[in-house]
Ligand binder design. Structure first.
Ligand code: PMP
Length: 325
Protein backbone atom coordinates (compact mmCIF):
# COMPACT_ATOMS: atom_id res chain seq x y z
CA UNK A 1 0.00 0.00 0.00
CA UNK A 2 1.27 3.45 -0.96
CA UNK A 3 1.11 6.77 0.89
CA UNK A 4 1.48 10.17 -0.70
CA UNK A 5 1.15 13.58 0.88
CA UNK A 6 -1.79 14.38 -1.42
CA UNK A 7 -3.72 11.13 -1.41
CA UNK A 8 -2.91 9.48 1.94
CA UNK A 9 -2.87 5.65 1.98
CA UNK A 10 -4.12 4.08 -1.24
CA UNK A 11 -3.54 1.31 -3.79
CA UNK A 12 -3.44 -1.72 -1.44
CA UNK A 13 -2.29 -4.79 -3.35
CA UNK A 14 -1.75 -8.48 -2.64
CA UNK A 15 1.10 -9.88 -4.71
CA UNK A 16 3.01 -13.17 -4.80
CA UNK A 17 6.32 -12.90 -2.93
CA UNK A 18 9.03 -11.54 -5.21
CA UNK A 19 11.34 -8.62 -5.92
CA UNK A 20 10.00 -5.08 -5.78
CA UNK A 21 11.32 -2.34 -7.98
CA UNK A 22 12.66 0.90 -6.61
CA UNK A 23 14.13 4.04 -8.01
CA UNK A 24 17.86 4.24 -7.09
CA UNK A 25 17.18 7.77 -5.81
CA UNK A 26 14.51 6.48 -3.40
CA UNK A 27 14.99 8.23 -0.06
CA UNK A 28 15.10 5.07 2.04
CA UNK A 29 18.25 3.93 0.21
CA UNK A 30 20.08 7.10 1.21
CA UNK A 31 18.70 8.37 4.50
CA UNK A 32 17.45 5.16 6.10
CA UNK A 33 13.88 6.30 6.69
CA UNK A 34 12.54 2.83 7.46
CA UNK A 35 10.60 1.22 10.31
CA UNK A 36 9.36 -2.28 10.91
CA UNK A 37 7.49 -4.62 13.21
CA UNK A 38 7.68 -8.29 14.07
CA UNK A 39 4.87 -10.54 15.20
CA UNK A 40 3.84 -14.15 14.88
CA UNK A 41 0.88 -16.32 13.93
CA UNK A 42 0.53 -19.47 16.02
CA UNK A 43 -1.18 -22.73 15.09
CA UNK A 44 -3.07 -24.13 18.05
CA UNK A 45 -3.52 -27.84 18.77
CA UNK A 46 -7.04 -27.74 17.30
CA UNK A 47 -5.64 -26.45 13.99
CA UNK A 48 -6.89 -22.87 14.42
CA UNK A 49 -4.52 -19.97 13.74
CA UNK A 50 -4.20 -16.93 16.00
CA UNK A 51 -2.18 -13.75 16.22
CA UNK A 52 -1.01 -12.17 19.49
CA UNK A 53 -1.70 -8.49 20.32
CA UNK A 54 -1.36 -7.25 16.74
CA UNK A 55 -2.88 -3.84 17.67
CA UNK A 56 0.10 -3.31 19.97
CA UNK A 57 2.40 -3.74 16.98
CA UNK A 58 0.21 -1.33 15.01
CA UNK A 59 0.48 1.29 17.73
CA UNK A 60 4.22 0.82 18.10
CA UNK A 61 4.64 1.15 14.34
CA UNK A 62 2.91 4.51 14.59
CA UNK A 63 5.15 5.58 17.47
CA UNK A 64 8.14 4.66 15.29
CA UNK A 65 6.56 6.47 12.32
CA UNK A 66 6.27 9.73 14.27
CA UNK A 67 9.92 9.60 15.35
CA UNK A 68 11.09 8.82 11.82
CA UNK A 69 8.89 11.45 10.12
CA UNK A 70 6.91 8.75 8.31
CA UNK A 71 3.12 8.72 7.95
CA UNK A 72 1.03 6.87 10.52
CA UNK A 73 -1.06 3.94 9.38
CA UNK A 74 -4.59 3.49 10.76
CA UNK A 75 -4.44 0.68 13.37
CA UNK A 76 -7.31 -1.15 11.71
CA UNK A 77 -5.54 -1.09 8.34
CA UNK A 78 -2.44 -2.66 9.91
CA UNK A 79 -4.46 -5.34 11.67
CA UNK A 80 -6.53 -6.05 8.56
CA UNK A 81 -3.35 -6.42 6.47
CA UNK A 82 -1.92 -8.90 8.98
CA UNK A 83 -5.20 -10.83 8.98
CA UNK A 84 -5.29 -11.04 5.17
CA UNK A 85 -1.69 -12.21 4.97
CA UNK A 86 -2.24 -14.94 7.57
CA UNK A 87 -5.39 -16.13 5.80
CA UNK A 88 -3.55 -16.34 2.49
CA UNK A 89 -0.49 -18.01 4.06
CA UNK A 90 -2.51 -20.27 6.38
CA UNK A 91 -0.94 -23.43 4.98
CA UNK A 92 2.50 -22.04 5.87
CA UNK A 93 1.73 -21.69 9.55
CA UNK A 94 3.60 -24.65 11.04
CA UNK A 95 2.52 -26.58 14.10
CA UNK A 96 4.63 -27.66 17.05
CA UNK A 97 6.66 -26.12 19.85
CA UNK A 98 8.37 -22.86 18.91
CA UNK A 99 7.03 -23.14 15.34
CA UNK A 100 5.28 -20.07 13.99
CA UNK A 101 4.68 -17.91 10.98
CA UNK A 102 6.87 -14.86 11.55
CA UNK A 103 5.26 -11.72 10.13
CA UNK A 104 7.31 -8.70 9.15
CA UNK A 105 5.36 -5.49 8.43
CA UNK A 106 7.56 -2.58 7.36
CA UNK A 107 7.36 0.94 6.02
CA UNK A 108 9.86 2.66 3.77
CA UNK A 109 10.19 6.23 2.57
CA UNK A 110 10.01 5.97 -1.20
CA UNK A 111 10.30 9.38 -2.77
CA UNK A 112 12.86 9.72 -5.54
CA UNK A 113 14.64 12.77 -4.28
CA UNK A 114 18.21 13.45 -3.21
CA UNK A 115 17.98 15.85 -0.31
CA UNK A 116 17.73 15.50 3.42
CA UNK A 117 14.08 16.04 4.24
CA UNK A 118 11.14 13.81 5.13
CA UNK A 119 9.86 11.95 2.07
CA UNK A 120 6.45 12.80 0.66
CA UNK A 121 5.84 9.23 -0.45
CA UNK A 122 6.01 5.97 1.51
CA UNK A 123 5.13 2.32 1.12
CA UNK A 124 3.91 -0.16 3.71
CA UNK A 125 4.52 -3.84 3.02
CA UNK A 126 4.13 -7.13 4.88
CA UNK A 127 6.01 -10.35 4.28
CA UNK A 128 6.01 -13.58 6.27
CA UNK A 129 7.99 -16.76 6.70
CA UNK A 130 7.64 -19.95 8.73
CA UNK A 131 10.14 -19.89 11.57
CA UNK A 132 11.45 -22.09 14.35
CA UNK A 133 13.19 -21.38 17.65
CA UNK A 134 15.39 -18.26 17.76
CA UNK A 135 18.10 -19.99 19.78
CA UNK A 136 18.86 -23.59 18.94
CA UNK A 137 19.26 -26.18 21.66
CA UNK A 138 15.98 -25.73 23.53
CA UNK A 139 15.42 -23.47 26.52
CA UNK A 140 19.06 -23.29 27.49
CA UNK A 141 20.74 -20.33 29.16
CA UNK A 142 22.56 -18.08 26.71
CA UNK A 143 25.75 -16.06 27.16
CA UNK A 144 25.60 -12.35 26.53
CA UNK A 145 28.32 -9.87 25.72
CA UNK A 146 28.50 -6.46 27.41
CA UNK A 147 29.08 -4.00 24.59
CA UNK A 148 31.58 -1.33 25.53
CA UNK A 149 32.16 1.76 23.46
CA UNK A 150 29.49 0.93 20.91
CA UNK A 151 25.83 1.83 21.37
CA UNK A 152 22.71 1.19 19.35
CA UNK A 153 21.00 4.34 20.63
CA UNK A 154 21.61 7.38 22.77
CA UNK A 155 19.55 10.01 24.56
CA UNK A 156 17.31 11.84 22.11
CA UNK A 157 18.08 9.28 19.41
CA UNK A 158 15.89 6.64 17.85
CA UNK A 159 16.28 3.87 20.45
CA UNK A 160 12.57 3.66 21.24
CA UNK A 161 11.67 3.39 17.54
CA UNK A 162 11.88 0.14 15.63
CA UNK A 163 13.87 1.55 12.76
CA UNK A 164 16.40 -0.26 10.61
CA UNK A 165 19.21 2.11 11.59
CA UNK A 166 19.18 0.90 15.21
CA UNK A 167 19.78 -2.61 13.99
CA UNK A 168 22.49 -1.49 11.57
CA UNK A 169 24.26 0.09 14.56
CA UNK A 170 23.90 -3.13 16.54
CA UNK A 171 25.51 -5.45 13.99
CA UNK A 172 29.17 -4.73 14.77
CA UNK A 173 28.67 -5.21 18.53
CA UNK A 174 26.65 -8.34 17.72
CA UNK A 175 29.62 -9.64 15.70
CA UNK A 176 31.90 -8.88 18.65
CA UNK A 177 29.53 -10.83 20.89
CA UNK A 178 29.79 -13.82 18.54
CA UNK A 179 33.60 -13.53 18.39
CA UNK A 180 33.58 -13.78 22.17
CA UNK A 181 31.40 -16.87 22.20
CA UNK A 182 28.18 -15.05 23.11
CA UNK A 183 24.79 -15.36 21.44
CA UNK A 184 23.60 -11.82 22.13
CA UNK A 185 24.90 -8.38 22.94
CA UNK A 186 23.81 -6.32 25.96
CA UNK A 187 23.60 -2.58 25.44
CA UNK A 188 24.06 -0.17 28.31
CA UNK A 189 23.95 3.57 28.63
CA UNK A 190 26.98 4.65 26.61
CA UNK A 191 28.27 7.03 29.31
CA UNK A 192 28.22 4.76 32.32
CA UNK A 193 28.52 1.36 30.55
CA UNK A 194 26.52 0.25 33.58
CA UNK A 195 22.88 1.27 33.25
CA UNK A 196 21.24 -1.49 31.24
CA UNK A 197 19.17 -0.71 28.17
CA UNK A 198 18.37 -3.97 26.38
CA UNK A 199 19.81 -6.74 24.24
CA UNK A 200 20.17 -6.67 20.47
CA UNK A 201 16.62 -7.90 19.96
CA UNK A 202 15.20 -8.43 23.44
CA UNK A 203 14.31 -6.74 26.70
CA UNK A 204 15.83 -7.86 29.99
CA UNK A 205 14.38 -8.90 33.35
CA UNK A 206 16.08 -9.74 36.64
CA UNK A 207 14.29 -11.81 39.27
CA UNK A 208 14.91 -11.04 42.94
CA UNK A 209 14.57 -13.50 45.79
CA UNK A 210 11.90 -11.26 47.38
CA UNK A 211 9.45 -12.01 44.54
CA UNK A 212 10.20 -8.82 42.66
CA UNK A 213 10.97 -8.54 38.97
CA UNK A 214 13.15 -5.68 37.84
CA UNK A 215 13.34 -4.42 34.28
CA UNK A 216 14.84 -1.29 32.71
CA UNK A 217 12.28 1.50 32.46
CA UNK A 218 11.19 2.80 29.06
CA UNK A 219 13.82 5.54 29.04
CA UNK A 220 13.53 6.52 25.38
CA UNK A 221 16.54 4.40 24.43
CA UNK A 222 14.91 1.00 24.50
CA UNK A 223 12.21 -0.62 22.48
CA UNK A 224 8.92 -0.97 24.38
CA UNK A 225 8.66 -4.73 23.90
CA UNK A 226 5.23 -6.29 23.66
CA UNK A 227 6.56 -9.45 25.31
CA UNK A 228 7.95 -7.24 28.11
CA UNK A 229 4.56 -5.60 28.59
CA UNK A 230 2.77 -8.97 28.56
CA UNK A 231 5.16 -10.49 31.10
CA UNK A 232 4.77 -7.53 33.44
CA UNK A 233 1.03 -8.24 33.37
CA UNK A 234 1.41 -12.01 33.89
CA UNK A 235 3.88 -11.52 36.75
CA UNK A 236 1.61 -8.98 38.46
CA UNK A 237 -1.34 -11.36 38.05
CA UNK A 238 0.68 -13.87 40.08
CA UNK A 239 1.31 -11.33 42.84
CA UNK A 240 4.88 -10.42 41.94
CA UNK A 241 5.77 -6.77 42.09
CA UNK A 242 7.49 -5.41 39.01
CA UNK A 243 9.88 -2.49 39.21
CA UNK A 244 10.41 -0.55 36.00
CA UNK A 245 13.43 1.60 36.78
CA UNK A 246 17.08 2.14 36.00
CA UNK A 247 18.94 -1.16 36.44
CA UNK A 248 22.72 -1.47 36.43
CA UNK A 249 25.19 -4.22 35.67
CA UNK A 250 26.76 -3.50 39.09
CA UNK A 251 23.44 -4.15 40.80
CA UNK A 252 23.12 -7.39 38.83
CA UNK A 253 26.65 -8.54 39.77
CA UNK A 254 26.23 -7.67 43.44
CA UNK A 255 22.76 -9.25 43.55
CA UNK A 256 24.07 -12.51 42.10
CA UNK A 257 26.98 -12.47 44.56
CA UNK A 258 24.78 -11.97 47.65
CA UNK A 259 21.95 -14.21 46.44
CA UNK A 260 19.32 -11.47 46.15
CA UNK A 261 19.11 -11.85 42.35
CA UNK A 262 18.22 -15.39 41.46
CA UNK A 263 17.34 -15.35 37.75
CA UNK A 264 17.82 -13.27 34.62
CA UNK A 265 16.04 -13.65 31.33
CA UNK A 266 15.62 -11.92 28.00
CA UNK A 267 12.33 -11.66 26.17
CA UNK A 268 11.00 -10.79 22.75
CA UNK A 269 8.64 -12.02 20.07
CA UNK A 270 11.35 -14.04 18.33
CA UNK A 271 13.22 -15.26 21.42
CA UNK A 272 10.07 -15.68 23.59
CA UNK A 273 11.74 -15.98 27.03
CA UNK A 274 15.36 -17.03 27.12
CA UNK A 275 17.30 -17.58 30.34
CA UNK A 276 20.64 -15.80 30.66
CA UNK A 277 23.44 -17.99 32.01
CA UNK A 278 26.46 -15.78 31.64
CA UNK A 279 27.46 -12.14 31.17
CA UNK A 280 30.88 -11.54 29.63
CA UNK A 281 32.95 -8.44 29.09
CA UNK A 282 36.67 -7.85 28.47
CA UNK A 283 37.02 -7.29 32.24
CA UNK A 284 34.88 -9.97 33.86
CA UNK A 285 32.64 -12.97 33.37
CA UNK A 286 29.66 -13.58 35.63
CA UNK A 287 28.06 -17.00 35.74
CA UNK A 288 24.54 -17.26 37.01
CA UNK A 289 23.55 -20.27 39.06
CA UNK A 290 24.23 -23.72 37.72
CA UNK A 291 23.60 -22.77 34.11
CA UNK A 292 20.06 -24.13 34.31
CA UNK A 293 16.99 -22.01 33.48
CA UNK A 294 15.39 -20.35 36.52
CA UNK A 295 12.10 -21.59 37.88
CA UNK A 296 10.13 -18.39 37.30
CA UNK A 297 11.74 -17.95 33.86
CA UNK A 298 10.48 -21.37 32.83
CA UNK A 299 7.05 -20.98 34.33
CA UNK A 300 6.44 -17.54 32.76
CA UNK A 301 7.60 -18.97 29.46
CA UNK A 302 5.23 -21.89 29.86
CA UNK A 303 2.34 -19.54 30.66
CA UNK A 304 2.99 -17.14 27.78
CA UNK A 305 3.46 -19.87 25.17
CA UNK A 306 0.47 -21.69 26.68
CA UNK A 307 -1.70 -18.64 25.97
CA UNK A 308 -0.27 -18.29 22.46
CA UNK A 309 -0.65 -21.97 21.54
CA UNK A 310 -4.06 -22.26 23.18
CA UNK A 311 -3.30 -24.58 26.11
CA UNK A 312 -3.88 -21.78 28.66
CA UNK A 313 -6.83 -19.47 29.00
CA UNK A 314 -6.41 -16.14 27.18
CA UNK A 315 -7.80 -14.16 30.10
CA UNK A 316 -6.60 -10.77 28.85
CA UNK A 317 -8.04 -11.20 25.34
CA UNK A 318 -4.62 -11.05 23.65
CA UNK A 319 -5.40 -13.48 20.84
CA UNK A 320 -7.30 -12.95 17.64
CA UNK A 321 -8.50 -16.05 15.83
CA UNK A 322 -7.67 -15.55 12.16
CA UNK A 323 -8.45 -19.04 10.86
CA UNK A 324 -10.92 -21.04 12.95
CA UNK A 325 -10.41 -24.75 13.70
N1 PMP B 1 14.30 -4.82 21.95
C1 PMP B 1 14.69 -4.88 20.66
C2 PMP B 1 15.85 -4.06 20.23
C3 PMP B 1 14.00 -5.70 19.75
O1 PMP B 1 14.39 -5.78 18.48
C4 PMP B 1 12.91 -6.47 20.20
C5 PMP B 1 12.17 -7.38 19.24
N2 PMP B 1 11.13 -6.70 18.57
C6 PMP B 1 12.53 -6.37 21.55
C7 PMP B 1 13.25 -5.53 22.39
C8 PMP B 1 11.36 -7.12 22.08
O2 PMP B 1 10.14 -6.62 21.59
P1 PMP B 1 8.87 -7.53 21.37
O3 PMP B 1 8.62 -8.21 22.66
O4 PMP B 1 7.78 -6.60 21.01
O5 PMP B 1 9.22 -8.50 20.29
Amino acid sequence: IVWTQDEGWHDAEILPFGPISMNPASSVLHYGQEIFEGLKAYRRADGSIVTFRAEENARRLNDSARRMALPELPVELFVESVRKLVEIDAEWVPSGDDQTLYIRPFMIADESFLGVRAAQRARFLIIASPSGAYFTGGVKPVSIWLSQGLSRAGQGGTGAAKCGGNYAASLLPQNQAAENGCQQVLFTDSNTVDTIDELGGMNLFLVRSDNTLVTPELNGNILPGITRKSLIQLAQDRGYSVEERAVTVSEWREGVADGSITEAFACGTAAVITPIGQLKSPDFTIDFGDNAPGELTLSLREELTGIQYGTREDRHGWLEVIVPA
